[in-house]
Design a protein around this ligand. Structure first.
Ligand code: SF4
Ligand code: SF4
Length: 486
């Protein structure tokens, strides 16, 4: 819009959206998109139904976000709330992975694996199946309402609604035992939050993937704005080789122009008609381009028919584009991909992953927390000794019951007992039974002869009596405490 348009009261401030009906295309990038789409949908829909035997005391769902029990289960890995740093680590890895992909191949995430792209693609295939390919869709869209048009629209919207409901439905199964929740859901016995979640996700999937489509990428998503900071002159993006395609001209005119007088582009618009965001890549890099490469497939097909080399539209970086314009040749793709920036991203990404794997393999599945009693901290007993108390939490993070020996180290004349014991049986240790996969709370008392005011450090150590899992990490847990005398 020009400045004149802004001050002209008759001009529109908002351009009405022209619906995009992309034509179906075949080719290597379309096949890659099919593969990624099938993989993403399969992972999303099937994962909650995978079973994983963790014994009788833990859920047997392979991937489960147990909000009530405050646990995250993923196959053999169980994450407790105190270990949230692993989830943070995964999120950081996802972020760095996105930086790596973007600096190497531009918006490949947007073009292939973003949920908005995957579901929009799925909805568009359903649309083609009901209404036909691009030309039939354009014709139907322009046609006045009739019984036939209404029937097609209702069929399409019903299928879209079914996909959207299945998408919303699959999400809730990540948060509870999937078979149990499914039968409760169908019987009307599921919690209200399950129905509300499915309703919200059904609505958002239908509206974002079915109706709003490319507008989400162009106007709503912040990622295209952020990613410009991650692209550099070596990042591969879908590019039109204008030096080769221009001046573009159509078949007969091209023949008349004579050899060498016209570019390779025959202005057939095949690249525009397959574009899911409806843009013309020949106008240069644009915010609307999600780098899906379908225009490469379309143009390669045209070039094949014209017996011209493929790659009039191609993955190319800015540096190579400039080189080609000056008559040079592009850098080999592997050299472009393996450059310092991408290697640093890859190294950071891999280091975090290896560090997480290392700590996951070596973490203890027993933990101890202690909070000292206040008000008063010190109690003088009838025999003249002084006593301190602590609330102890013992976390047994294994899916089997265990017995631990809780013992004191340090404070040589100290004696300890728990609220489940008689103080007359106090000693230097106590046996505690721990429920499987649960936190056991107890009150610990420690007494020692009175003495000069001050603090004396000591520790409590929890040591499981059952043999450790063969090859597993050490299982002792300890906590340093301070005994206070006043
Ligand atoms: S598909 Fe190729 S030849 Fe046809 S308009 Fe696009 S760039 Fe030109
Ligand atoms: S211009 Fe090409 S790569 Fe970009 S969104 Fe359209 S079809 Fe995909």
């Amino acid at each position: 819009m020009s400045a004149l348009d802004l001050i002209n009261p008759t001009s529109d401030l908002y351009t009405k959206r022209a619906p995009v009906f992309p034509r179906v295309v075949n080719g290597r990038f379309r096949r890659l998109k099919w593969a990624v789409m099938v993989l993403c949908l399969a992972v999303y829909y099937i994962t909650p139904w995978l079973r994983w035997d963790r014994g009788p005391h833990a859920p047997d769902q392979a991937v489960l976000i147990d909000l009530a029990g405050r646990r995250f289960f993923m196959f053999d890995i169980e994450i407790w709330p105190q270990e949230f740093y692993y989830v943070a680590g995964l999120l950081i890895m996802a972020g760095i992975g996105l930086f790596l992909v973007t600096s190497a191949v531009g918006r490949a995430w947007c073009g292939y694996a973003c949920p908005q792209t995957v579901w929009t693609d799925l909805f568009q295939h359903v649309e083609r199946w009901i209404d036909g390919d691009r030309n039939a869709q354009l014709k139907l869209n322009a046609a006045p309402w009739s019984a036939a048009k209404l029937a097609r629209r209702l069929s399409k919207w019903s299928l879209w609604l079914a996909i959207a409901a299945a998408t919303g439905g699959a999400w809730i199964f990540y948060f509870a035992d999937a078979p149990t929740l499914a039968s409760q859901f169908l019987a009307g016995d599921a919690p209200f939050v399950a129905y509300a979640t499915v309703a919200v996700l059904t609505f958002t999937t239908l509206s974002l993937g079915g109706f709003m489509r490319e507008q989400v990428c162009i106007y709503m998503c912040p990622w295209p704005r952020i990613q410009t900071a991650m692209l550099d002159e070596k990042s591969l993006i879908v590019t039109y080789r204008d030096w080769r395609g221009e001046p573009r001209t159509q078949g007969l005119k091209k023949a008349a122009a004579g050899p060498g007088k016209a570019g390779d582009c025959i202005d057939c618009n095949a690249c525009v008609s397959v574009c899911p965001t409806g843009i013309d890549i020949r106008n240069g890099p644009q915010l609307g381009c999600i780098n899906c490469a379908l225009c490469i497939d379309a143009c390669d097909e045209v070039m094949g028919k014209l017996n011209r080399p493929r790659g009039l539209i191609d993955y190319l970086n800015l540096d190579d584009h400039k080189k080609e314009l000056a008559g040079g040749t592009a850098t080999p793709m592997m050299k472009t991909l393996l450059r310092p920036r991408t290697l640093i991203y890859a190294a950071v990404w891999a280091s975090i992953g290896i560090a997480m794997l290392f700590t996951l393999g070596g973490r203890s599945r027993l933990a101890i927390d202690a909070a000292q009693d206040r008000n008063p901290i010190v109690i003088t007993m009838s025999d003249g000794t002084v006593r301190n108390g602590w609330t102890i939490k013992l976390r047994n993070m294994e899916g089997r019951p265990r017995t631990v020996e809780l013992a004191m180290t340090g404070l040589p004349q100290g004696r300890m007992w728990t609220d489940a014991m008689d103080s007359h049986t106090a000693g230097r240790s106590a046996r505690i039974a721990l429920a499987p996969d649960a936190t056991t709370r107890l009150h610990l008392y420690v007494s020692a002869p009175a003495g000069p005011a001050g603090e004396t450090g000591f520790a409590v150590v929890a040591r499981p009596l059952e043999p450790a899992v063969p090859g597993g990490p050490p299982q002792d847990a300890a906590r340093n405490l301070k005994f206070v005398r006043q």
